[in-house]
Design a binder for this molecule. Sequence first.
Ligand code: M1P
Length: 247
Amino acid sequence: MTLVCIFDVDGTLTPARQAMDTKFAKFFREFITHVPTYLISGSDYLKLEEQVPQDILQNCNGVFGSSGSQYFQGGKEVFSKDHKFKFLLHMLCEDFVDLSEYKIRRGNHIEKRPGMLNVSVVGRNATLADRKHYSQWDKLSNERKKFVDAINQSRLPYEASAGGEISVDIVPNGWNKSTAMPEVLRQHPNANMLFFGDKICEGGNDFPLAEALEDGSGKHRAYPVADYTDTWQYLSIISEKYNKVAA
Ligand code: M1P
């Protein structure tokens, strides 16, 4: 069996929408030379380039953007699929933003990505301070969860999840992170996959892949992490085992 590691990015390898810590990047750069590694994010590839050093993006075995609708290898796009979202969904997203009781708006509220809509009341132009403020308010009001539940319980052919701190990702049914699994298995048929994500709970955008990995084979595992330092600790344990085997 081949050990293969898959990582969410925001909240797992980096703080949300921020660059990777340089010391962790140094460790991770070495780690990916020993263990086949894939990244999967709700963000699109352009955003990942702002957060993860180029050489790491290029030396990972593969990078999935837009929750699996985009796939890159060695920095080059291998595939990208898109979808035309229904007008009704756009209306619901606009209402979500317009009718929210949270009053601060920073612009770029509905962002179209390959195969995904990303919706944010405070807006994608929010500063780090705005993010923190909105995210605290969201924890109290449960605004994003209510919107996610409303979309998921509607008869619309879409699924929603709260991926990061300030927004909601919406994809056509099934176009979620679980779509990475067959691609990884195609490349490593004997893979023993370990997935690390900070949003593995139900309603989080890491949940579909974590659920798919529980395929009854007992070969794969999903690890919930609190932040990149938590991920670092897990990877240090894995590296130690590898070094012992290699010695
Ligand atoms: O990768 C996790 C999420 O990162 C961002 O979330 P937010 O801006 O809400 O913190 C977004 O790119 C989101 O789409 C993505 O799922």
